[in-house]
Design a binder for this molecule. Structure first.
Ligand code: EZ4
Ligand code: CO
Length: 405
């Protein structure tokens, strides 16, 4: 029995923000959808899929998901990398979608069935002034969320990751022909962030889970200081303290603090996560189900994590589409090590293209029971809203030097 791939289409759509959609059709007419969005570099992955991978996918057996994964991962020779792995991830999601639709089962059934009834989610609260942040936290909790990531402005700076002055929604990529240049000062941040977070904790009480993202900006010793200072707040996690090109930094941070650590949204293989996991340098591994090679690969990362009591907590900003979110929730239903799902939410217009199927109720996500990933795509609406150039910002310290954004 074979189910041959007959057609592969790539659509770059922009319903308020850019997404790269992959559509795989089989000879028997089954359609599977994947997402290959790499925020700010969408056209690179679209071209990679269209020009290099689509031609070699046609004629392959759609049922052989792992074989196709191995064929693409080993076959490229130039392994890993965000563009390559997002493209493989998109193909993997589309093939799981096809398998589910062919067998008339939701993907979580094909992964072994439910290990939980629902997946804990957190969303973002954002406010420049602490009073605005508290309002945003209240709004999040009012929607039934039980876990919230809090980001505040920093006095003396004009721009900060995760916050927009006077606006409640934050979207990192800006529609422009060049990246926006933000400013950054770790000393000012380290003076202010613990105070703002302490006010949030006092406001919400002890039972709501509180998270914070430092977005790769600190040195190891600054990171250690922040973790130590935040210990009394009992954070659920502190995310991306330092850039993880230097993974030994986490040993230094661990020596100084018991604040749980989360890392991995920019990682794209198990090899980027392995040492962090097996040396217990982190508590949550944040690889995204699309950016790290799809369900087939991320479930291996989470199974490795499970051996070390590290939890999977996939990246879920608005720049990974509702299709990836749906795939992440499907995996979460079936993966023992799954700890938490980031759910940033989407601009309303995104709903013109995606009907995602999952539901967010009482702070938990539940997967669709529809066959495959359970997502409906309005292809016409996607084609009617073409790509619109946008970039992630860059950041400079106050002396004008480029630093990590
Ligand atoms: O900055 O996805 O935890 N979430 C994040 C995100 C990332 C964006 C970059 O495209 O850090 O907001
Ligand atoms: Co993050």
């Amino acid at each position: 029995m074979t189910n041959l791939i007959s057609k592969v289409d790539v659509i770059v759509t922009s319903p308020a923000r850019n997404y790269v959609l992959l559509k795989i059709t089989t000879e028997d007419g089954v359609v599977g959808w994947g997402d290959a969005t790499v925020n700010g570099r969408e056209l690179a992955v679209a071209s990679y899929l269209r020009d290099h991978l689509a031609p070699i996918l046609v004629g392959r057996d759609a049922d052989r998901i792992e074989d196709t994964w191995q064929y693409l991962y080993r076959g490229v020779y130039w392994r890993r990398g965000p563009i390559n792995m997002a493209a493989i991830g998109a193909i993997d999601l589309a093939l799981w979608d096809i398998k589910g639709k062919s067998l008339n089962q939701p993907v979580y059934q094909l992964l072994g069935g439910k290990v939980r009834d629902r997946v804990l989610a957190y969303t973002h609260a954002t406010g420049w002034e602490t009073s605005e942040l508290l309002e945003s936290v209240d709004e999040v909790l009012g929607r039934g969320l039980r876990a919230v990531r809090a980001q505040s402005g920093v006095p003396g700076l004009s721009t900060v990751y995760g916050v927009t002055r006077g606006i409640k929604r934050y979207e990192p990529a800006k529609r422009d022909l060049r990246p926006l240049e933000e400013e950054w000062d770790s000393s000012a941040y380290l003076r202010h962030a613990p105070k703002a977070l302490a006010e949030v904790r006092a406001h919400i009480g002890d039972e709501v889970e509180l998270l914070h993202d430092a977005h790769h900006r600190l040195t190891p010793i600054q990171a250690a200081r922040l973790g130590k200072e935040l210990e009394p707040l009992h954070l659920f996690w502190l995310e991306d303290l330092t850039p993880t090109e230097n993974q030994e930094a986490f040993d230094l941070i661990r020596e100084h603090t018991t604040t749980p650590l989360a890392v991995g949204e920019v990682h794209n293989t198990i090899w980027d996560c392995k040492d962090l996991i097996i040396n217990q340098r982190i508590d949550y591994v944040r690889t995204c189900v699309m950016h790290a090679g799809g369900i087939s690969h991320v479930r291996k990362i989470f199974d490795l994590a499970d051996l070390y009591q590290v939890k999977g907590a996939p990246h879920g900003p608005s720049d990974v589409s509702p299709l990836t979110m749906a795939a992440s929730v499907q995996l979460g239903m079936a993966s023992p090590a799954f700890g938490m799902q980031e759910y940033m939410g989407y601009p309303e217009q995104v709903g013109t293209v995606f009907s995602p199927g999952y539901r967010l109720v009482d702070g938990y996500l539940t997967a669709s029971d529809a066959p495959g990933l359970g997502v409906e795509i309005d292809e016409d609406a996607a084609r009617e809203q073409p790509y619109d150039q946008a970039y992630l910002p860059v950041a400079r310290t106050l002396d004008g030097a480029i630093t990590n954004w």
